[in-house]
Write a protein that binds this ligand. Structure first.
Ligand SMILES: [Zn+2]
Length: 322
């Protein structure tokens, strides 16, 4: 069973919001675009491996935790792409969506990626990353008094990744399609080992789930460089919409969109603050009348805190049109 579902990283939403509101001439614009492309491809790769787990229809008791974020005893973060728990063995997965030729060097501990266009890039070594996660998982199991084999792997989820020169013995390295075979081999190897019940397996799963804590991803930028206003999606978020007769209208293309105000407030939540006052709302959206601003905010159905003068509206993370 899946005890922890993978969530779309908030980093993606945050970068998308920042890109929408930065000038394309801002030096951060390109940097954020690259970071966004990287984060999105990583997420696509992880979802690809998640689908493989579902497709396998595993016939023995097991627990899956996707995207587990936990701290070790020293206060350092571990982000486990997938943690598989069973009564026979544990499997820790690091997922990479690299394309191109990938080479690992066990002497220098480097991971080199040669792109198809000839560009060579160096990455932090995923083998060392997953080894670090493995020792964290082992420590946790020992704390629970469980001595279970812990296997680990770097799984490549992009069909355009070509693994070269792999001389690693303690970490499995394979393409996502090999997951089924690897798992069956592990079960064959460890099936005699079954030291606890299914109920105990669940409590181990809950032990790890209890450690899960998402650390908010912070973005470093000067808010003064961000464009305010309700932006028009039809104009690729480059035009500002005006509030007229109860509707938000784009002055350039005439788009009249009820969702635009929610998109704008979601950007405000991600980039400025998760609550907003009447004055801040007027400054952000360009609505001049205090009464109109009150009406709009009330119509959105947000919860509010404070009294009349210092009233603040809480912008929920799941915005829906009423
Ligand atoms: Zn427009």
């Amino acid at each position: 069973m899946i005890l922890l579902e993978r969530l779309k990283p908030e980093k993606i939403a945050l970068l998308e919001a920042a890109i929408r509101r930065l000038s394309s001439k801002d030096p951060l614009f390109l940097q954020f675009q690259k970071q966004l492309a990287w984060a999105k491809s990583g997420y696509v790769g992880e979802k690809r491996v998640d689908r493989e787990w579902i497709d396998m229809k595993i016939q023995f008791p097991h627990i899956l935790l996707h995207g587990l974020m936990a701290e070790n005893d020293q206060g350092f973060q571990h982000q486990l792409d997938t943690l598989f728990l069973s009564q026979h063995f544990v499997f820790v997965l690091e997922i990479k969506y690299y394309s191109g030729f990938i080479e690992f060097n066990e002497q220098t501990h480097q991971c080199i990626k040669k792109n198809f266009d000839g560009v060579v890039e160096s990455y932090s070594n995923p083998i060392d990353q997953v080894r670090r996660h493995r020792s964290f998982v082992r420590q946790q199991l020992l704390k629970l008094g469980i001595d279970l084999p812990v296997e680990c792997a770097v799984v490549f989820s992009n069909p355009k990744s070509i693994l070269e020169r792999v001389d690693v013995l303690d970490v499995h390295l394979f393409h996502v399609t090999g997951l089924r075979y690897k798992l069956s081999k592990m079960l064959e190897k460890y099936k005699m080992q079954k030291i606890f019940s299914e109920k105990e397996l669940m409590s181990i799963g809950y032990h790890f789930l209890g450690m899960h804590h998402i650390k908010p991803w912070k973005i470093s930028l000067d808010r003064k460089n961000l464009r305010t206003g309700v932006l028009c999606s039809e104009c690729n978020f480059r035009e500002t919409m005006k509030y007229k007769y109860g509707r938000w209208i784009c002055m350039k293309c005439g788009n009249d969109n009820r969702v635009a105000i929610l998109e704008a407030l979601n950007d405000y939540r991600l980039l400025w603050n998760d609550n907003i006052s009447n004055r801040e709302f007027r400054e952000f959206t360009g609505v001049e009348s205090k009464d109109a601003a009150s009406r709009i905010l009330r119509s959105l159905g947000f919860k509010s805190v404070g009294t009349f003068k210092d009233k603040r509206y809480i912008i929920p993370s799941e915005l829906k049109i009423l």
